[in-house]
Design a protein around this ligand. Structure first.
Ligand SMILES: [Zn+2]
Length: 310
């Protein structure tokens, strides 16, 4: 501020600066997430900066258009497709509105209480198996700032994610507890903490491949000296293919613990977790296949012995 600047000039200058800062925030906003990801992976109260001009269609679609995605239904206990209800109004609100309309009295005030505040809107989706299985999401949009926030949902992120990983309980063994902890922390909005558990699962996978490749531990010091990427290459034939393919996830997880922000971790978590789950599933499938093959080996050997005698 120069000495000759008057108060009016200062107010105008500050106003311009604020407008420029807001424009810069709008222009640098990343593309908005998919609606499914917004509903299933986005933690509550995390501001999502939009670019109002560019994202006009996205907002319109989120508010008014049909939406559908696949998700685990906590009521069915199965994967299902969720679709927006046509009028997006819970049935009792719709019934009340019909009642008020029918009597044609100026009773719309009665309904005000049931309206959401300005800038807030809801998204209700019904399970395609049983439409009474309702997944509801509530959003607030600050038009001036261009900031969207998920401010509520039922069932909770934790209930959906927690039930979703239940199907892995049988196949994951000890890693299930780690996966559940990671998912629970994420659902509570703790990004970096959730990375700790995913990284541990990753390390367990590599360690079990190492003990399969080197059961006597003769090459232990050799493996210890390797960096993770080298270790993965050396053990590639013993590891789930997804772990070799997505070995970069280890770098992301490690970076998360030291360098990434909470928000970065929360943004990356769903993808990194999906990669880790794929690795765990492949290990389970390989174990199952090995069991079947061992049984078949035995059965063939028995028949071979019998037919030799004949
Ligand atoms: Zn259902």
């Amino acid at each position: 501020m120069t000495e000759t600047e008057t108060i009016i000039e200062r107010i105008q200058r500050e106003k311009k600066e604020r407008a420029a800062a807001l424009r810069a925030r709008h222009e640098s906003a990343p593309y908005p997430p998919a609606v499914s990801s917004l509903c299933l992976n986005q933690t509550l109260y995390t501001p999502i900066q939009l670019n109002p001009e560019r994202d006009d269609k996205f907002l319109y679609s989120l508010k008014f258009e049909k939406q559908q995605f696949d998700a685990h239904c906590v009521y069915c206990g199965k994967q299902s497709t969720f679709r927006t209800l046509t009028d997006r109004m819970p049935s009792d609100v719709a019934a009340e509105k019909a009642r008020v309309d029918a009597f044609n009295r100026p009773a719309t005030d009665r309904l005000k209480r049931l309206n959401l505040a300005d800038g807030q809107f809801a998204l209700h989706l019904g399970c395609s198996r049983h439409p009474v299985h309702l997944y509801s999401y509530f959003f607030a949009y600050n038009e001036k700032e261009g900031v969207l926030e998920k401010i509520g949902q039922t069932p909770s992120l934790e209930d959906v994610a927690g039930a979703d990983i239940e199907r892995y309980r049988k196949i994951l063994g000890d890693d299930f507890a780690e996966l559940r902890r990671a998912t629970g922390l994420f659902a509570h909005g703790i990004g970096i903490g959730s990375f700790v558990y995913l990284r541990r699962i990753f390390e367990n996978l590599v360690e079990s491949a190492r003990s399969a490749a080197d059961p006597e531990g003769q090459r232990e010091t050799e493996f210890m000296r390797m960096r993770m990427a080298e270790r993965i290459n050396a053990l590639a034939t013993y590891l789930p293919p997804a772990l070799v393919k997505y070995k970069d996830t280890y770098g992301i997880l490690s970076k998360g613990l030291h360098e990434l922000t909470e928000d970065d971790c929360k943004r990356y978590f769903p993808v990194v977790r999906a990669a880790v789950i794929m690795m765990l599933e492949q290990r389970y499938e390989a174990d199952q296949k090995a069991k079947v093959e061992a049984e078949l080996d035995r059965a063939v050997a028995v028949i071979a012995a019998e037919t030799k005698d004949a």
